[in-house]
Design a protein around this ligand. Structure first.
Ligand SMILES: Cc1ncc(COP(=O)(O)O)c(C=O)c1O
Length: 376
């Protein structure tokens, strides 16, 4: 809580409050790295990679510069390039579709399931049947909830597609008891500060259980080189900084507590907002662990609701206001407004409200009161 109703401020994400209890622990690690002066690919990188692999229940994990590059590295490692098509959701952060173009391939979209915001397996099956040349699919585990992986993996197996799980928002989430980023061929993670495991700057990682992909992924982020100055592939410079790795190692030790706080707040929202006139996020049975990177409600009067909350000091965000197929830079793909109606409706109705673990219950009661008053 901060102030009286008139001056009260509720932030969407309060990083200062989240970091306060672990500040000294982090500063000690930062000091250690500064003293060691091993800023590029220092020992913390390997340690973090082992810890991330264990946390995601995979054989291999590799750090990289950010979650966007993680997607690019995944596509390059999977051999997706010029002349190929890769299928993904139109309702995602730009990086998912952007990475496909950066790899030299062409994005193809399939509409979402309106209940989960994630790509709809029936739509995927339909698009894959009709559109030749699709070599990979990138399901996104949006907002911290799982895409419906079993039917997606079935389509991929039938059609020989590589599956890259975009888990930028979903570290620690589970599908039918399995950690996300351990189900497809490759998983990608973002350590952007707003993510549940957020660094103090950019960062990302890739995961896999396949030894051949692992070798390519680890080399591609250092210019495609396994041995210094000898290059098997044309890769990129996309390393995670040692400093970020050291910070992330501390934060990883606290990640389950953060996730638990988010889950608890999601349940409080469900009670506070029941019958309030907004649609609450649905968690299907197959998402056995939702990590609530975002708590996203829907309202047909979303823009007015956002303004009403802003007028009363409450931070919210629209994830995402314009679907990928309507982005100017993808006009050449030939899609039109109306092609993915569920994605377009989600873009018009969705609103993320605060859910982080340091959010006081009084702030949630205040926000719920505002939402109820708006709907009345
Ligand atoms: C779904 C999704 N994919 C990819 C990314 C890209 O991650 P980064 O910002 O670390 O490059 C993000 C980050 O916002 C994301 O939300």
């Amino acid at each position: 809580m901060s102030g009286t109703a008139a001056t009260r401020k509720v932030q969407l994400l309060d990083l200062k409050a989240l970091h306060a209890p672990i500040r000294d622990e982090i500063l000690a690690e930062v000091t250690r790295v500064i003293d060691a002066q091993s800023f590029i690919m220092g020992p913390d990188i390997k340690e973090l990679e082992k810890e991330i692999a264990a946390y995601c229940q995979v054989q291999y994990a590799y750090g990289c510069a950010n979650g966007s590059d993680a997607l690019l590295l995944a596509l390059l490692a999977a051999g997706i390039g010029h002349g190929d098509r890769a299928l993904t959701t139109p309702f995602t952060f730009f990086a998912t579709a952007g990475a496909i173009v950066r790899a030299g391939a062409v994005p193809v979209f399939a509409d979402i399931d309106p209940v989960t915001f994630n790509i709809c397996p029936d739509q995927v099956a339909d698009v894959v049947r009709k559109c030749p040349g699709i070599k990979a699919m990138i399901p996104v585990h949006l907002f911290g909830g799982a895409a419906n992986m079993d039917p997606l993996m079935k389509v991929a197996a039938e059609r020989g597609l590589k599956v890259i799980e975009d888990g930028a928002q979903a570290i620690g989430a589970e599908y039918k008891g399995k950690r996300l980023m351990s189900i497809g061929d490759i998983g990608t993670i973002s350590f952007f500060p707003s993510k549940n495991l957020g660094g103090f700057g950019d960062g990302g990682a890739v995961t896999t259980n396949d030894e051949g992909l692992a070798q390519r992924l680890s080399a591609l982020r250092v210019h495609g080189s396994k041995k210094k100055y000898y290059h098997e592939w044309v890769g990129v410079n996309s390393r995670l900084d040692t400093l970020q790795a050291a910070i992330l190692r501390v934060k990883l030790r606290h990640l389950d507590k953060e996730t638990f706080g988010r889950q608890k707040n999601a349940e409080i929202w469900r009670t506070l907002l029941a019958g309030s006139g907004v649609t609450l996020p649905v968690v299907p049975d197959y998402t056995t662990r939702h990590v609530y990177n975002q708590f996203v409600i829907r309202s047909p009067k979303r823009d007015a609701l956002k303004q009403h909350l802003a007028d009363n000091g409450v931070g919210t965000e629209i994830y995402y206001p314009l679907s990928m197929h309507e982005q100017q830079c993808f006009a050449n793909l030939g899609y039109r407004k109306g092609d993915f109606p569920e994605s377009e409706r989600a873009a018009a109705e969705s609103l993320a409200i605060p859910v982080h673990s340091a959010l006081p219950k009084e702030d949630m009661e205040y926000v719920a009161g505002l939402i109820r008053a708006f709907s009345a």
